[in-house]
Write a protein that binds this ligand. Structure first.
Ligand code: NAP
Length: 294
């Protein structure tokens, strides 16, 4: 079994991005600027935004965080979006999800300028992705495709089973894997909570992508010998360690890793690639804004 080392692949991509930023600075262009809007005090969201800020620093991006209170109204948030859309200093931005319940998430996503939508959630970017046109790809699915490509894993003609159909992971990764492209061309089955015979379908997978949101759901008896397993899940579960918890994925790593040809660890697999894809999108946004590339 080979471990797909997301941390190391992410470090390589980051150093490539850092080089491009240095080149931009050498030619008197400004460094890409990523902004993040954080509404409320959700600890997981705060951690994600802080790690995005750290990653920006590592590659030489400018980053800024717009921290708004939990009580921010939808109208106030839309004003911030309008400001970010019009601020020429900001190349791309994200609105960290989930938003508080009183705010209509879709209304906010629709208000983001698609040219600055580096999360790739705006319907215009989603539509362009489906039509295989230039767009910002959602970060986690794009990160998974990069992991497969850079690990030398062939997808063409392979049976790919995706567990989970969310808008941010399962559905877009199924679209990307089934694209008519040498880097994709997979035969994809997209499973969800109403899927019948889930285990039998999983057993047909040459490439199994678990984005189900259930800790250690995928067990060895669901995985074909020598399959490639990509684990998107992130869960904190209590244990007897000093920290009092450990991080696990949607896959029961200990038993599945004995059976498959490649597997992503959790942490250190898909997670680092998600942030890197966001950086890639921001670099692309900066090039579009600065008209050096269209
Ligand atoms: P989500 O929105 O909760 O979607 C989960 C999907 O799994 C749904 O489509 C659901 O089906 C399906 N599902 C749930 N139980 C099932 C079952 N027993 N059998 C078959 N399908 C089932 O999750 P998400 O946002 O895609 O996230 C998935 C996991 O990835 C989470 O653990 C999340 O924390 C993690 N994540 C990690 C990253 C990263 O960077 N590593 C990024 C994003 C998310 P229905 O549609 O029928 O309800």
């Amino acid at each position: 079994m080979k471990l797909i080392d997301g941390k190391s692949i992410a470090a390589t991509v980051k150093s490539e991005i850092a080089k491009e930023v240095a080149n931009m600075m050498d030619t008197d262009q400004k460094a890409p600027h990523l902004a993040a809007v954080l509404v409320g005090n959700d600890p997981a969201s705060e951690t994600y935004v802080a790690s995005k800020e750290r990653a920006c620093k590592e590659v030489g991006f400018i980053s800024s965080i717009y921290k708004l209170s939990e009580k921010t109204t939808e109208k106030e948030l839309l004003k911030t979006i309008e400001f970010l859309n019009n601020d020429e200093e900001i190349d791309g931005y994200i609105v960290q999800l989930p938003l508080p319940k009183h705010i209509d998430t879709n209304k906010i996503i629709f208000a983001i300028d698609p040219k600055k939508d580096v999360d790739g959630f705006h319907p215009q970017n989603v539509g362009r992705m489906v039509m295989d046109m230039p767009c910002f790809l959602p970060a986690t699915p794009a990160g998974i495709m990069t992991l497969l490509e850079r690990s030398g894993i062939e997808t063409e003609g392979k049976n790919c089973v995706v567990l989970g159909r969310s808008n941010i992971v399962g559905t877009p990764v199924a679209i990307l894997l089934s694209r008519n492209s040498k880097k994709a061309n997979g035969t994809v089955t997209l499973c969800h909570s109403r899927t019948k015979n889930l285990k039998e379908i999983c057993l047909t997978a040459d490439i199994l992508i678990a984005a189900i949101g259930k800790a250690e759901f995928v067990t060895a008896d669901m995985v074909k010998d020598q399959a490639v397993v990509i684990d998107v899940g992130i869960h904190r579960i209590s244990d007897n360690s000093e920290k009092g918890y450990k991080i696990v994925g949607d896959v029961k790593f200990d038993e599945v890793s004995k059976k498959c040809s490649h597997i992503t660890p959790v942490p250190g697999g898909v997670g680092p690639m998600t942030i890197v894809s966001l950086l890639e999108n921001t670099l692309k946004a900066a090039k579009i804004q600065q008209k050096s590339e269209l």
